[in-house]
Write a protein that binds this ligand. Structure first.
Ligand code: GLC
Length: 503
């Protein structure tokens, strides 16, 4: 089967405020992104996705959109988006934007009209009720409804009160949101990451959540109509040429529920966060990989693979700070079947920043994972002004420049893995077969039409013997010194290797 770029490829997530600041105001911007595309090319990814860049009061740092078809001045202008797309395409990099379909900002003109009066034509673009149900909002322990005194009704917001939920049951809303997609597709973007798209379908009866679901994850009030709306969205994408793609943030845990959003005629891809939630353990990883593989086969969908993003603690930090663990996880991530999404900075082995109470800005407690990228070890680390958040640990030594020059760095490991993955069809497209192993070790084979690779990952903090059948050479290893030599049946503590048949 011929794979598309978004199946073979690897996508790099940029959190725009924290990536690179060209204007010197301490907040990253589109020009900064464009000036650092060489980093993505050096690394060897296939495309970038940037978190929202639209005009926003920044109550949720851009996930509260006040205008879907413009750019917030803090990030630049529409011309800067065009220039970014152009520069990326000249380097063979695709560009995905974040599309936020579930809610707008309370400053969006649609909501300002909607809240104006009960008979405003935009009233039904949002969800208004005389009485709230028992749904809860994200980030704080509070109802998902706010009473708007002017009209005496409550409006629904799964996130902050400044993020009112749109009413997707209203065809005018769907049509306006399709126009947003077309606006950016016409400008040449290669696709979208769709924010919390599983939430757009709400049971119109707005029934209370059952007790065991209240306050669990962000509520999910599944309405089967959602799937029809996803088909409409897919039709918009498919009316453009060039393999445009939409990947949905479906923040659920059951892989079947996740993938029900990504059937052939719905989303191309849906994020599966179960590897991200897994502890650093061979058994936990093995179980998640088995589930990902099984559900992908059953449903005919293509897996996605994620360890970190802007909403959670960075995986190195989650694993206790040991860089060797981050290396093992990276080697696994980039040798699995599916589309990996990297979060900017993970290739540098960044840890979460320590954010003192007086520097906290995010209502969801996610500042530590959003610390700025240090580009070099000198003063300012490549940033003109003091950045909006504190630096991650050790920016003078742990920065892009130092890492790129050191062949033994974790960034150099990511680069070797990405090269190996791109060059070998067995790795980017082949089947995956889990193997039996000693405790603490994860092992699988990848096999394509011709090539074959074996991956061995020792999650334990002690060396282990892993006998292998036949003769194998180490192609990529978390410790570079092992590469290019015969595999001797032993993995060091917290070490992983990609093996290729010898000869
Ligand atoms: C998604 C985003 C998160 C945001 C939320 C509301 O989960 O990833 O950053 O706060 O949706 O838009």
């Amino acid at each position: 089967m011929e794979l598309t770029w978004w199946q073979r490829g690897v996508i790099y997530q940029i959190y725009p405020r924290s990536f690179a600041d060209a204007s010197g105001d301490g907040v990253g911007d589109l020009l900064g992104m464009r000036q650092h595309l060489d980093h993505l090319t050096w690394l060897g990814v296939d495309g970038l996705w940037t978190s929202p860049i639209y005009p926003s009061p920044m109550a949720d740092f851009g996930y509260d959109v006040a205008n879907y078809t413009d750019v917030d001045p803090v990030f630049g202008s529409l011309d800067d988006v065009d220039a970014l797309i152009d520069a990326a395409h000249r380097r063979d990099l695709r560009v995905l934007l974040d599309w936020v379909p579930n809610h707008t900002s309370d400053r969006h003109p649609w909501f300002m009209a909607s809240r104006g009066s009960r008979d405003n034509p935009y009233r039904d673009w949002y969800v208004w009720r005389d009485q709230p149900n028992n749904w809860r909002q994200a980030f704080r322990d509070a109802p998902a409804w706010t009473l708007d005194p002017r009209t005496g009704q409550y409006y629904l917001h799964h996130f902050l009160p400044q993020q009112p939920d749109l009413n997707w049951n209203n065809p005018a809303v769907r049509s306006a949101m399709h126009d947003v997609l077309r606006f950016w597709l016409d400008r040449g973007v290669d696709g979208f990451r769709a924010d919390v798209i599983h939430l757009i379908g709400k049971d119109p009866a707005l029934l209370d959540d059952p007790d065991d679901r209240v306050g669990s994850r962000v509520g999910w009030h599944h309405d089967p109509l959602t799937h029809g709306w996803l088909r409409e969205i897919r039709t918009v994408l498919d009316s453009y040429d060039g393999d445009r793609v939409i990947v949905g943030e479906v923040n659920l845990s059951d892989p079947h529920e996740i993938l029900s959003h990504a059937a052939a005629d719905q989303l191309h891809l849906a994020f599966n966060f179960n590897l991200l939630w897994a502890p650093f353990s061979a058994t936990a990883f093995r179980d998640e990989i088995a589930a990902i593989e099984a559900t992908a086969d059953e449903t005919g969908t293509w897996p996605t693979l994620v360890l970190s993003n802007h909403d959670v603690s960075r995986h190195r930090t989650r694993y206790g700070g040991d860089e060797r663990r981050a290396r093992v996880a990276a080697l696994v991530l980039l040798t699995l079947r599916g589309t990996p999404f990297l979060y900017a900075g993970e290739e540098l082995g960044l840890e979460d920043a320590v954010v003192p109470p007086d520097r906290v800005v995010d209502p969801g407690g996610r500042d530590p994972a959003r610390a700025p990228i240090p580009w070099h070890g000198g003063p300012g680390h490549g940033w003109g002004g003091a950045p909006w958040l504190p630096w991650p640990p050790e920016p003078s030594t742990r920065n892009a420049d130092a890492q790129r020059r050191d062949p033994d760095s974790i960034a150099a490991l990511y680069r070797r893995l990405l090269r190996a993955r791109r060059a070998e069809p067995a790795l980017h497209g082949g089947g995956l077969e889990l193997r039996d192993t000693p405790e603490g070790v994860l092992a699988y084979d990848r096999h394509g039409a011709t090539g074959r690779r074996r991956v061995l990952a020792n999650f334990a903090d002690a060396p282990v013997r892993v006998p292998v059948d036949g003769a194998w050479t180490v192609q990529v290893a978390t410790r570079r010194a092992r590469e290019g030599v015969a595999f001797d049946d032993v993995l060091a503590a917290t070490e992983a290797v990609v093996l290729t048949p010898a000869g």
